[in-house]
Design a protein around this ligand. Sequence first.
Ligand code: AKB
Length: 305
Amino acid sequence: MDRVLITGALGQLGTTLQKVLYKKGDFVIATDIRDATKKIECQYEKLDVLSYDELQRIVEKYEINVIYHLVAILSAKGEKNPFHSWKINMETFQNIIDVSIKSKIKKIFWPSSIAVFGKDSNLNFVPQNAHMNPTTIYGVSKLAGEKLMNYYYHKYKLDIRSIRFPGIISMETKPGGGVTDYIIEMLKASKKGKDYNCFLNKDKRLPMIYMEDAISAIILLMSANRSKLTISSSYNIKGFTATPEEFYSAIKSNGYKIRINYKVDYRQKIANTWPEDLDDTKARKDWGWHPKFGLEKTIKSALNI
Ligand code: AKB
């Protein structure tokens, strides 16, 4: 049984991951910077990962051996205050790395993102080892984190594993400041029968993944034998690709009668530097990645149809 610490456990990924790992039988301590307002099944502690001492205290107190470090300020929100975003995204990661080396943590999971890519990444089908010139501070911090993973693996054999997540679709939490959040807003508006103003252009194609698949990917990667992993930074994965208009058609064909207005804003410029599609064959080959949710199945599940 692993003794797991999750940081950012009240965020989009953390909210689902803590439940799944707890049900799987791990000892789980969920943490976040704020008090938990909803009931949490596993143990919960308020933790600011910028505080090295607090982090170390919790790791020692609960004899943690695996960490899922999910704290992050996402792409669109990050642009409002780049200095603060860098601090949150990078200093927390450095603290996790430092504590993990000292406390001999067995494995760490840290999510990267398709935000690491940029215009020269061959955006119509981004390879695993693309040129990466990110355009947001979020993307820059994720790319720096990928370099750190690789560095600390070679220097101290620190086992950090990572996935470059596309837009994750889930209904449990509020949208958290990402560019791909438009689909979550669209789904939530549909459920309420409200029209929706989409901030991306109707034809902007992006890779997406349903939460259930995102969680299975994390579990598969974390349970893989390290010797099978040929990438010591982050793996490309996707569930499927879609445009706002394709999502809208799928929602309509399931009986939701809302209207969409396209009111493009600064987030379109960010999305224009992200992949339309990407190559995830390395993840398939190295640790058996295989998505179960396509567009139609995602929409049905998200809308409980
Ligand atoms: C965002 O839109 O910022 C995130 C991401 C793709 O990493 N969902």
